[in-house]
Design a protein around this ligand. Structure first.
Ligand code: SAM
Length: 181
């Protein structure tokens, strides 16, 4: 199913040439769907270190796909899955917090689905706002206020706190959140 934030983004940029980024790609299923659903998406930056690091402590990190010894397999599966779209993607094998405007051109949208810990999500939004053009869309996954998942609750808290601090009205639907930069 197409993610709600990406439906919003697709409709907003209909008939325009678009550049976007996904933070946290894993096996590439969401990236694949995004590329298929948005033929006007000229370029999608795929940002993921595919490496374990001490601060990645979210429950998701314990998922088999993300065990240190399996991350290389996950990365290769994503590369194979997305081969058909290789002229519309650019891989950035880095932690998002290490990215700068040297890594990506100005973005029309970003979709954040990396480290789900509170501090990371908060800082990811801060950085995303610098990389996304004014009037573009900052968005992400795993916003589930009624969930029992620790990761989702961290995402909810971070998005809510960030938006409150900066007087931003954000939308959320099903598992996604977004706002206009
Ligand atoms: C939930 S998965 C992404 C799923 C993908 N967005 C999808 O829906 O198909 C989380 C990914 O975030 C990556 N990740 C973890 N920490 C990160 C960071 N600091 N910056 C970017 N990506 C990170 C992990 O390697 C993992 O592949």
């Amino acid at each position: 199913m197409e993610r709600k934030a990406l439906v919003f983004i697709r409709k907003m940029f209909e008939n325009q040439s678009v550049v976007g980024a996904e933070v946290g790609v894993a096996i590439g299923t969401n990236a694949l769907r995004t590329l298929k659903c948005m033929p006007n998406l000229r370029l999608l930056y795929l940002i993921d270190p595919y490496q374990h690091y001490p601060e990645w402590t979210s429950t998701l990190a314990k998922d088999r796909r993300f065990w240190p010894e399996d991350l290389e397999i996950t990365k290769n599966k994503a590369k194979i899955l997305l081969t058909f779209f290789e002229d519309r993607i650019i891989w950035v094998f880095k932690c998002f917090e290490e990215c700068t405007s040297e890594d990506v051109e100005p973005l029309d949208f970003i979709y954040i689905d990396g480290n789900h810990n509170y501090d990371f999500v908060f800082r990811d939004i801060e950085l995303a706002r610098k990389l996304v053009k004014r009037g573009g869309v900052v968005s992400g996954h795993d916003f589930r206020p009624n969930s029992y998942s620790h990761d989702s609750l961290e995402v909810c808290r971070a998005v809510t706190d960030y938006c409150k601090k900066h007087d931003i009205v954000f939308s959320h639907e099903y598992e996604d959140w977004w706002f206009i930069n």
